[in-house]
Design a protein around this ligand. Structure first.
Ligand code: ACM
Ligand code: ZN
Length: 768
């Protein structure tokens, strides 16, 4: 119906095209090797080995579980039915130990006419070789040709982690296994299982049954409602709460679930079969409301509540509360046969501790300076309990504050607390790098994020660390964290982590000098086929060929590009969400009237990806502006306001701190904290034409050209780049940028491209 309102537009659209990279492989072509993470050395031969159902896998007894895993994995991915070779017999695939390499995860993989041999330095090395083989076997059982090749390989870091929060939303044990299997595919080897938090307790503890009876279930909370609202707003069923996780009790709908200890053991065994250690985290002393549903006496006040920033923590002043914490962990230790256990210890609100006589008595008894030292005392006390049970403690980097024990390891997440890394490594403590601004995969992936992750060198992530070679040795590895407040389903979780997990895997595995973005991108495109085959969801990289706002004077031609050859792009121009029946992009679109496109990719299984809008505006040239009647100065003028809001429009009213003159629209290096900045200046454009502007910020920003709003990048958010065009007549034009930062590392830039050009460069040459 709506379409009727756009007759001119319908006529204006001649043909539409989707241009894709030529990546299709003809059946007869030599199969390609596109392994992620990139192996140390790949030497290709000339022939192929055909793997067929009925072929056998030989392994000595220490490797029998590895053989079982390989057979199962290939049955799932390619319908190949392999069998274990009879004892003493050779196999078509041979798994062996005995590789002479100090790195326990080192392996070699050889494919020749005779078959496939994987040799590892240890069983873990063989498992890494199997992960590579899984990526070499094609999907089609009629075409299981594997190219002759010799691969020699070993990882750079021994900590290649992925964290998953199952508290904020719950995933079943089978779904967790799928996550682990995805980790295994990309050779990640540490699964950090965030099992408890304010929103849910997910692990059975036999001594305290109320932890799961009460703590594993909740009525829908604000985050659940936010997810459901987003499902409707973005036409995305993956944002719905899974019905199978609901139950009705006394007329209330409750949502949740937990793992029995038996299920935990089963998940741990499944992970071990794939070369993955499981590190449990039961977050204490904060983030503990899940436990307080059943056991409120572990807090200072005997009640569970929200404080100013975080929830009421455990009371470290009460022996009973400490005993509770230790008893809980004692049960946990026996379920996880690995050396590391994560205590959490992040984001602890200490207000209650200040007012609590028990906490204050503890501070006095142990001669502690304040509540920060009380937190450190709690961590040390727990660490003694861990150590006494043969475990090593990991904590979030807050455990550096107030004094770090010589033996604890930290997961460094606070980009705004870089000193935690220098302090810990100088002291000889190990650090796992998982920065909020880069490796928190719960943040919606932006266009550049995959490359940002790929380009990261963990040991120099912060230039101001200046780590010595000795300190660098204590960078144990990298990890991505996925917090699930806004991730209600497995498909949404996969969308958040893929493809970034592939880039993580490569920075964790490959040596820095081996990294090559173009080569990675090619392998990533090929890997998407693997994800499609396994029904794993992923984020389709942004479609390109257009800006968010595009301007033309007479006509415009729209050509949509996707890096992925496997997807279809459909679109609407009437504001409705594109669906499987919407117009397919098959050629270039000529636009003669203002038009708002919504483009949407569809994966081979028919599921829709995220929508992208592109507005095409027909405009006359905006006339040049008269310069003010005064002597103009070089540079853009910036006014710094004392501002703690969340909206650009309100900055103007906030108190002025001081003025700056700058070359470009950027945050001066010395400015940090809460910021409200307003930039104004004139810029001379050399000719009549359509100019492209890009405004990038963290948090919100707005761009006005000649007094009219052009880019609305407002509101609190991570790095977000928006582009827009404007038709400008030759001469001077007035620009205004408003920007605020909520004390989380200010980022702001304004770039532009001249008519007919696409390369953006930082805008300079202002006068004011
Ligand atoms: C964290 O993100 N609170 C570790
Ligand atoms: Zn207390």
């Amino acid at each position: 119906m709506l379409k009727k309102n756009f007759p001119a537009l319908a006529a204006a659209i001649a043909a539409v095209s989707l241009v894709v990279a030529a990546c299709g492989t003809l059946p007869a072509a030599m199969p390609e090797i596109n392994v992620i993470p990139k192996p140390v050395s790949v030497t290709e031969g000339h022939g192929v080995f055909k793997l067929k159902s009925g072929m056998t896998v030989a392994a000595d007894s220490a490797l029998a579980p590895a053989a079982k895993y390989l057979i199962e994995a290939l049955a799932k991915s390619s319908a190949l039915q392999l069998e274990a070779a009879r004892p003493g017999k050779e196999g078509n695939i041979d798994l062996q130990l005995g590789l002479d390499d100090k790195n326990p995860e080192a392996y070699t993989l050889t494919v020749d006419d005779k078959g496939i041999t994987i040799q590892g330095a240890t069983p873990r090395g063989v498992l890494m070789g199997i992960a590579t083989l899984r990526q070499l076997v094609p999907a089609d059982p009629k075409d299981s040709r594997i190219p002759h090749v010799t691969i020699t390989d070993a990882p750079r870091f021994d900590w290649r982690g992925a964290h998953l929060d199952v508290s904020r939303h719950f995933y079943t044990a089978d779904q967790v296994k799928d996550f682990i299997d995805l980790m295994a595919t990309y050779k990640l080897n540490k699964f950090h299982w965030h099992l408890t938090d304010d929103q849910g307790w997910r692990i059975e503890i036999k001594q305290y049954p109320l932890l799961t009876e009460k703590g594993a279930w909740r009525k829908f909370n604000g985050q659940d409602r936010e997810c459901m609202a987003m499902a409707a707003k973005e036409d995305n069923p993956d944002m719905l709460i899974p019905q199978e996780l609901l139950k009705v009790e006394d007329g209330d709908t409750l949502y949740g679930g937990f793992y029995t200890q038996e299920q935990v053991r089963d998940v741990v065994a499944y992970a071990a079969e794939r070369g993955i250690d499981v590190i449990p985290e039961l977050d204490m002393p904060g983030h503990l409301m899940g436990a307080q549903q059943g056991y409120p006496w572990i807090t200072c006040t005997g009640e569970s509540s929200w404080g100013q920033s975080f929830s009421s923590p455990l009371c470290p002043g009460k022996d009973s509360a400490l005993m509770f914490a230790k008893n809980v962990y004692s049960e946990v230790f026996s379920l996880f046969p690995y050396e590391y256990v994560h205590l959490g210890a992040d984001e602890v609100e200490k207000t209650n501790w200040k007012a609590c006589p028990d906490c204050q008595a503890r501070i006095k008894t142990y001669n502690l300076k304040d509540e920060h030292e009380l937190q450190a005392w709690f961590v040390h006390d727990m660490e003694r309990h861990f150590n006494a049970n043969g475990k090593k403690l990991i904590g979030w980097d807050e455990i550096v504050d107030g004094g770090l024990s010589p033996t604890a390891t930290i997961t460094w997440w606070r980009d705004w607390a870089p000193k935690a890394v220098t302090t810990a490594t100088a002291q000889g403590n190990d650090v796992i790098i998982c920065p909020d601004f880069l490796l928190y995969f719960d943040f919606i992936e932006q266009a550049r994020d995959l490359k940002r992750v790929y380009d990261t060198e963990p040991t120099t992530y912060r230039a101001d660390w200046n780590l010595t070679p000795e300190q660098k040795k204590h960078i144990r590895g990298v990890q991505a964290n996925t917090w699930c407040e806004r991730i209600p389903s497995v498909r949404r979780m996969q969308y958040q982590i893929m493809p970034r997990m592939m880039a993580l895997s490569e920075i964790a595995w490959a040596q820095p000098e081996a990294k090559d973005w173009a080569d990675f991108e090619k392998r990533f495109v090929a890997q998407v086929d693997y994800l499609d085959r396994h029904g794993i969801n992923y984020r389709v990289p942004d479609l390109t060929g257009f800006n968010d706002i595009n301007v033309f004077v007479d006509t415009a031609t729209v050509t949509v590009h996707s890096i992925l050859p496997n997807i279809e792009v459909r679109y609407t121009t009437d504001g409705s969400f594109p669906n499987a029946q919407s117009t397919l992009c098959t050629g270039s679109i000529t636009v003669t009237e203002s038009t708002k496109f919504i483009f949407r990719p569809f994966r081979p299984d028919g599921t829709a990806g995220a929508m992208q809008t592109a507005e095409y505006r027909k405009e006359a040239y905006s006339p040049a502006q008269a310069l003010p009647d005064k002597k103009m100065e070089d540079g853009v003028r910036m006014v710094y306001h004392e501002f703690k809001g969340r909206k650009c429009a309100e900055i103007q009213e906030a108190k002025v701190v001081r003025n700056y003159t700058l070359d470009s629209v950027a945050v001066p290096e010395k400015l940090e904290g809460w910021l409200g900045l307003v930039y104004e200046g004139f810029i001379e454009v050399p000719q009549d034409g359509v100019y492209t502007f890009a405004l990038t910020s963290n948090d919100g920003s707005m761009l006005y050209v000649d007094g009219e709003l052009l880019i609305d990048n407002d509101g609190p958010h991570g790095d977000t780049k928006l582009t827009a065009q404007r038709a400008l007549a030759k001469g001077w034009h007035k620009l205004r940028v408003e920007y605020f930062d909520m004390n989380n590392g200010g980022i702001l830039s304004l770039q532009w491209a001249l008519p007919g050009q696409t390369a953006l460069k930082t805008m300079t040459g202002f006068k004011h």
